[in-house]
Design a binder for this molecule. Structure first.
Ligand code: ATR
Length: 274
């Protein structure tokens, strides 16, 4: 143990937070770069009603990095000193850097979407469907439209999709009519449908999946969702949810440490938990 009075503290705050992989992922990376004397990463269970005081506390304690997860990514913005323009456009912050006492909010979730997709394709000109219109959807919408893809957002509540579509120059569509999913090059699920408690459910009928598509599910528990199983059976390329977690974490590591992240180590830690 190399922690000293000079060690910088980073932490993830959320409700719940106990399941978070961020501490193990970042601490393993610190160790790999032999900077585990300089940085340590922990977690704190912060309820929504305590968010303001938690940020004030973090400020007065000189916490170096504050990672935000559900339900704090939007609310936290009003307690910060500066918001990076991309995070402002997305309307959510998952990464807060304490720069000489100034709290600056960033968003790396969009990088977690774009990076694994760009390992498989060029996004420009592609037809992309995002299922869902919550917080995760906004970061994804920013990412794919920033790379000049043509985006349609499908959502159960059409109005929620319309709000995001307006902000990112995309189309909005009702989840009840998925027939033009067949024309899509890329399908991304940002809803919670398919998570462990409903692991056998997929929003996408198999008849709309085919071999020329890339199908990305943001859910990482289970690793292979029903949607991904069906996509694989149809011959599509698939991207598992842990990729998003990993790539947003890599970008976040670099903001906190100003060092290149040890990608393989972080990947090993994340995939070992699947
Ligand atoms: P996150 O911040 O992780 O994106 P969220 O903001 O709670 O989570 O958003 C959840 C998304 O999943 C929403 O788009 C929600 O649809 P509504 O806008 O209609 O609420 C979608 N969702 C959740 N459960 C769903 C279900 N059973 N069927 C279809 N969509 C669902």
């Amino acid at each position: 143990m190399n922690i000293s009075a000079r060690t910088k503290v980073c932490m993830i705050i959320g409700d719940p937070v106990e399941h978070s992989l961020s501490p193990v992922m970042h601490n393993a990376a610190y160790e790999a770069l032999s900077i585990d004397n300089e940085f340590v990463f922990t977690a704190a269970h912060v309820l929504s009603e305590n968010l303001e005081i938690a940020i004030k506390g973090a400020r007065s304690l000189g916490i170096h990095g504050i990672t935000c997860t559900i339900p704090h990514k939007v609310e936290v913005i009003r307690f910060l000193d500066e918001i990076d323009p991309i995070a402002a456009k997305i309307g959510a912050v998952n990464t807060i850097l304490n720069k000489n006492g100034k709290l600056i909010g960033y968003n790396t979730d969009w990088i977690g979407t774009v990076t694994p997709l760009e390992e498989k394709t060029i996004l420009e000109g592609k037809k992309v469907a995002i299922l869902g219109a919550g917080g995760a959807s906004r970061a994804m919408a920013y990412g794919v439209t920033e790379r000049k893809a043509h985006l349609t957002i499908f959502n159960r509540t059409l109005e929620n999709a319309q709000v995001i579509a307006k902000d990112f120059n995309a189309e909005a569509s009702d989840l009840s009519d998925l027939s033009n999913l067949k024309e899509m090059d890329i399908i991304i699920n940002s809803t919670s449908v398919g998570m462990a408690d409903q692991a056998d459910v997929s929003l996408v009928p198999s008849e709309f999946l085919h071999r020329d598509q890339i199908v990305f599910d943001a859910i990482y528990k289970p690793n292979m969702t029903r949607l991904l199983h069906n996509a694989q059976s149809a011959g599509a390329q698939i991207i598992c949810g842990f990729e998003m977690l990993l790539h947003q974490g890599v970008a976040q590591f670099e903001i906190y440490t100003q060092k290149k992240a040890p990608f393989d180590v972080m990947k090993e830690v994340v995939t070992a938990t699947l």
